[in-house]
Design a protein around this ligand. Structure first.
Ligand SMILES: *Cc1c(COP(=O)(O)O)cnc(C)c1O
Length: 455
């Protein structure tokens, strides 16, 4: 039985062969701090009756493990096999190669962000995207902010500060992560005037609420829920006419806002931004990283005078986009100029439009290989249902396929899920009916899964 004397000093530990290798990898400051912690823990263990020699022998290995764990980022790439394609907690859209290249270039070198290359004078940061988005949506003008929450906030504040905004009670939504329409209105300085009922709102409800205090009428895409049964809402074109007659602007918050008709790829039709523009809303807001498939961003498109007013709002500077995202967005929007090749090049659309048969073939191909990498579990191909996510088409699922993994004991799915999350390339699926399901819709390449499991 050995005591404290068996333990090296911090200095001895750093000078040892493994200590020097760790210092090379992690830096002296990190290794010193980690060594102190480990030595403290070893002394405590010896005080509690452990053998000093055993503790000393364990030290280098534990120190290396501590440092490796501390060096590993939780933001490392992972595999989203949840079946939710646009998973907000996993960062939503995966960008197109073109967008990634543009963002990398923008990070590495100066670029003419607010500089006019023709005249040598000052340029506008939003011009790079503005022309492109107007071309794709038919809108008069456009402006760009940090995310759609910011787009709604600045549009509300610009149109309605100190005045009233009329909204249907059926559209006072909460989006995950504390975005609640009444709270955003309060912060925008707008007084909320609720009209209609949860399930039915009529034109006369809006008309009856219009006063000299009205700043705007707001229409909100209910995104993440749907009311069915005895319902009525005022369609956007009718609401636009009603607003125009009353001389107040209509703001339509689309949320996901697709630039293309998704039914072309077998998905349910969602109103496109171009359609919303044609329906006559004065301003339309939508997200960059939902169906559009770009980086996080918020767009406001619509009437030129109102966009100009938003750009003059001091809040604009606080919620503006950085050069990296502007570059990525420009490259993403350019892909929409060629809709025929969009599903090939835009990962979100590629994943959403993958045929079930192709995913099922992938599951059949992978089942036995995955089983050999998870010897304690049973792995079988299965049918499952994917979701778009991020509040787009909330009730719809897309037929998909994946792997159904079961094991001994009631906690087997949770145990496996925890193991997969701890891999150097973490894998997340979802637990359903006593099994862990890995939906393969978002798995581009078989190797990615096999390498992650082997790693
Ligand atoms: C998602 C969503 C928002 C918020 O957009 P973010 O991009 O998450 O900021 C606002 N309104 C609606 C209707 C939405 O669906």
């Amino acid at each position: 039985m050995q005591g404290f004397r068996a333990l090296p000093s911090v200095d001895q530990l750093l000078q040892s062969e493994i200590g020097q290798a760790l210092t090379q990898a992690h830096g002296r400051a990190q290794v010193t701090a980690a060594a102190r912690e480990r030595l403290d823990a070893a002394r405590q263990a010896i005080r509690d009756g452990a053998d000093g020699g055993t503790e000393a022998a364990r030290l280098p290995h534990l120190l290396a493990a501590d440092l490796a764990a501390a060096a590993r980022s939780n933001l490392r790439p992972m595999l989203n096999l949840t079946g939710t394609v646009l998973h907000t907690n996993l960062g939503r859209a995966i960008l197109a190669d073109e967008a990634i290249a543009a963002a990398s270039a923008a990070m590495a070198a100066p670029l003419a962000l607010e500089f006019n290359l023709e005249t040598g004078g000052r340029g506008q940061r939003d011009d790079h995207l503005g022309r492109l988005l107007c071309e794709l949506t038919g809108a008069e003008d456009a402006t760009f902010v940090n995310n759609n929450a910011a787009a709604v906030l600045i549009a509300l504040n610009t149109l309605g500060q100190g005045r009233e905004a009329i909204v249907s009670r059926g559209e006072l939504i909460e989006i995950g992560g504390a975005f609640r329409m009444p709270d955003i209105m309060a912060r925008a300085g707008v007084n909320l005037v609720e009209v209609g009922t949860t399930n039915r709102t009529h034109p006369r409800d809006y008309q009856g609420a219009i006063t000299p205090q009205t700043g705007l009428i707001l229409k909100v895409h209910t995104s993440n829920y749907r009311i069915e049964g005895f319902t009525a809402e005022v369609a956007a074109p009718d609401l636009a006419r009603l607003a125009a007659d009353a001389g107040v602007p209509l703001l339509n918050d689309l949320g996901a806002g697709s630039l293309v008709d998704l039914s072309r790829w077998g998905l349910r039709r969602e109103p496109t931004v171009a359609e919303a523009v044609a329906e006559g809303a004065d301003l339309i807001t939508f997200s960059g990283d939902k169906l559009l498939g770009g980086p996080q961003a918020g767009f406001v498109v619509g009437r030129r005078d109102l966009i100009a007013a938003i750009n003059k709002n001091p809040l604009k500077r606080a919620v503006r986009l950085d050069k990296i995202r502007i570059a990525a967005l420009e490259a993403t929007l350019r892909l929409y100029r060629d809709p025929d090749r969009l599903a090939e090049r835009l990962p979100v659309l590629r994943m959403l439009s993958r045929p079930q048969a192709e995913i099922a073939a992938q599951a059949a191909r992978l089942a036995s290989q995955v089983a050999s990498l998870l010897p304690d579990y049973n792995v079988a191909p299965c049918d499952c249902a994917s979701q778009i996510g991020s509040g787009a088409l909330p009730v719809d699922t897309i037929p998909s396929a994946g792997l159904r993994i079961t094991g001994q004991g009631g906690d087997a799915p949770d145990r496996l899920a925890a193991y997969l999350r701890g891999l150097s390339t973490p894998i997340v699926g979802h637990i359903h009916d006593g099994a862990l399901i890995l939906d393969l819709r978002c798995l581009g390449d078989d190797r990615a899964l096999l390498d992650a499991l082997a790693g």
